[in-house]
Design a protein around this ligand. Sequence first.
Ligand SMILES: [Zn+2]
Ligand SMILES: [Zn+2]
Length: 77
Amino acid sequence: MATQICPKCKKDSFSWHIDDERSGLTDWSCYRCGYQAKENEKDESFCDNCSKKMRSRLKDIETEYWWCSGCNKITQE
Ligand SMILES: [Zn+2]
Ligand SMILES: [Zn+2]
């Protein structure tokens, strides 16, 4: 499985697994810094930076933000 750039430590070590199919939540975690976040699959939308439908809503213990897995752009909203 391909890894993504971690929004926290910016290393290529961010990967996901589906926690519960019914909940529609995907768990993301970084094996380098231990950062964890949850993604709600329903919130996927188009990224205004790269125009791909790869922008998703990530929620961690502190905050919620948009994160694009195509270009790694983070948008705090
Ligand atoms: Zn990390
Ligand atoms: Zn993007």
